[in-house]
Ligand binder design. Structure first.
Ligand SMILES: [Zn+2]
Length: 182
């Protein structure tokens, strides 16, 4: 293992990938374990309320339409009974249609989010992060993650921000990372 660029100790330094494997095996849920996790593309699933909103788009007009049909039937001489007989099935059909519509819309939005995440996983930026993660080492004495053979030193939290793509690297090429790019 390369020595720590801060304290020069090579005994304490561990590969981030090895530490991560140990954290997973011991079900370690500390902040450090979270910070050293490999880069992961976030799937931005649609909010559950998205389906509700889609449902409302169909439900409201269909309820209004059911009511108007009922009123028309009532005025044609069928009275309140006619109103109920016409309105209730129409409203139920409207409700069913709204549920089906909302489910289809939600599924489409979810598929889109999954496809976007898959595309991001294949991106050069993600592959670069993966590579950086595989080469990263951690010194517990200084609480420092070193990248690129010690040229770049980061706190575990900063490292996590880069791995999750929250902080981008300016240089998205496959060139070896330098301190300027981060
Ligand atoms: Zn050190």
């Amino acid at each position: 293992m390369i020595p720590c660029p801060v304290c020069g100790d090579s005994e304490a330094v561990r590969a981030v990938a090895t530490l991560h494997r140990e954290h997973v095996e011991s079900r370690n849920l500390t902040d450090l374990a979270r910070y050293l996790a490999p880069p992961r593309v976030q799937v931005r699933l649609p909010d559950p309320s998205y389906a509700d909103r889609q449902e409302t788009h169909v439900l409201l007009p269909s309820l209004v339409l059911s009511f108007l049909i009922g009123v028309a039937v009532a005025f044609m001489g069928y009275g309140f009974g006619g109103f109920l007989i016409a309105t209730l099935p129409c409203a139920l059909l409207g409700l069913l249609a709204a549920k089906l519509f909302a489910a289809a819309r939600y599924e489409a939005a979810r598929d889109e989010a999954l496809a976007a995440a898959q595309g991001e996983e294949r991106s050069p930026a993600h592959r670069k992060r993966q590579q950086q993660w595989e080469q990263a080492v951690y010194c517990p004495r200084d609480d420092i993650v070193s990248l690129a053979g010690g040229i770049i030193q980061l706190s575990p939290a900063q490292f996590h921000d880069i791995m999750t793509g929250r902080i981008g690297t300016e240089d998205e090429s496959d060139e070896p990372a330098t301190g300027h790019g981060l």
